[in-house]
Design a protein around this ligand. Structure first.
Ligand code: CTP
Length: 405
């Protein structure tokens, strides 16, 4: 692929068109060469001047402008990605049926690159059998149709139909560009990913917690969705938003996470414990705030160990082939043992199928967008993954999971 990937950003006529400005910014700031193709209706919400100023390119909606350059064929043929955000019910219907009554739908017919649609519409329109049928048809054709977010719509009503978070749309676009395609090798699989840190209550205002942005878990969830999986994200405290299309189960403590993971494990094909689970919790969480008191004084806090959720999930599986269970090992190297030796020992102790070993000495991982890992297999395999984005690491983990199926 060229240094600057060519992206066509289609914008259909819905109120969420204004949020596509942010999607456009996200794409251009990361170096993509973006051509915006709004529909006529989209221009009623956001004018052509905004799109051309933000993209640095002229904008047209019909196939007649600049017909000598045959834009309806050229733009689709040359694109590395066609992304439509927002995709309205009408645009989805036209795309499904191969209509070509404006520039954007012509491009959708001529494009041979991956196509990603980010829907936004009222709940009734999203849930209508016509739209659901169209979405299923597009997905069966290999189009990535993100699930809309749930929340406040144009008026006072709420429900599924909101445009996914612009940052999540941009991240999904980056996944596709990085892979150069849309594999569906997790289609039909139910994947449960834990992410973020747990918080162990000490008193009503204080807790013990682990450092974790939740980024690696969210990237695992998003990349699994775009590979066709149904994803449940069991989320502790995170600095990042969950991806569009995941069912999110919010948890606070290690005990909450333990319960949620057991509930979800029963029907899972794959489980990934990417969460930073607190190993210890205060023996008793007080109902009253502990007062500072007067003057200096030492405070001691009795702790007790939390259950090892990963090891428990492995034990629960017993001899069954499913679910495939993946753990993470955050290591610094200690007692004369290097990170990989400690990882091997941990893999044997936990009994999981794959262990993603992470060197967390210094500030190499926490809160960073890049990472470098080794994926150890229970079969003795060892797969180093060179420094790359956490989304790239996530895809390498899914490759390793798929290779085991
Ligand atoms: N884990 C878990 N339950 C816990 C602690 C950890 O399920 N109570 C999981 C983590 O999500 C991770 C793996 O176990 O997938 C390894 O976590 P890590 O903190 O590296 O290992 P620990 O088991 O805590 O061992 P140690 O701290 O002694 O290295």
């Amino acid at each position: 692929m060229s240094a600057a990937p060519k992206v066509v950003l289609g914008v259909a006529g819905g109120i969420a068109a204004y949020k596509a400005c942010e999607v456009l910014r996200g794409l251009t700031e990361s170096g993509a060469d973006v051509t915006v193709v709004p529909t006529e209706a989209a221009l009623r919400f956001v004018g052509a001047a905004t799109w051309s100023a933000l993209s640095g390119k002229p904008v047209s909606t019909d196939v007649w402008t600049g017909a000598d350059r045959v834009p309806h064929v050229r733009l689709g043929q040359q694109a590395d990605l066609v992304l439509v955000a927002p995709a309205t019910a009408d645009l989805i219907a036209r795309a499904t049926h191969g209509l070509a009554d404006d520039l954007l739908t012509n491009i959708l017919l001529t494009a041979r690159c991956p196509v990603v649609l980010a829907p936004a519409m009222h709940t009734e329109m999203w849930e209508h059998p016509a739209t659901q049928h169209n979405v299923a048809t597009l997905r069966a054709r290999g189009v990535l149709v993100l699930d809309p977010a749930v929340g406040r719509l144009t008026g006072a009503d709420t429900g599924p139909g909101r445009l996914p978070d612009p940052a999540a749309i941009v991240a999904a676009a980056h996944d596709v560009l990085r892979r150069g395609g849309l594999p569906d090798d997790l289609a039909g699989r139910r994947v449960v990913v834990s992410a973020g840190g747990t918080q162990e209550a000490w008193d009503p205002v204080r807790y013990l917690g682990n450092r974790s942005s939740g980024r690696q878990g969210v990237d695992l969830a998003r990349t699994a969705i775009s590979r066709g999986a149904e994803v449940i994200l069991v989320a502790g405290s995170m600095d990042v938003e969950p991806p569009a299309g995941a069912r999110v189960v919010r948890v606070v403590s290690a005990e909450d996470m333990r319960r949620a993971m057991h509930d979800e494990a029963a029907a899972a094909d794959v489980i990934v414990m990417a969460a930073a689970v607190a190993d210890f919790r205060p023996v008793a969480a007080g109902d009253e705030k502990i007062k500072r008191g007067d003057g200096p004084q030492d405070v001691s806090l009795p702790l007790t160990q939390n259950v090892d959720i990963l090891a428990e999930l492995v034990a629960k599986r017993g001899g069954a082939a499913r679910p495939v269970i993946v753990g993470f090992a955050a290591e610094t190297g200690s007692a004369g043992k290097d990170v990989l030796t400690l990882g091997r020992e941990k893999l044997a102790r936990k009994g999981c199928d794959l262990l993603v070993v992470n060197d967390v000495s210094g500030d190499k991982v926490f809160g960073q967008t890049e990472n470098e890992v080794v994926i150890l297999g229970a079969d003795g395999s060892e797969l180093p993954v060179a420094r790359t984005s956490k989304a790239g690491i996530a895809d390498a983990i899914w490759d390793a999971v798929v290779a085991r199926q």
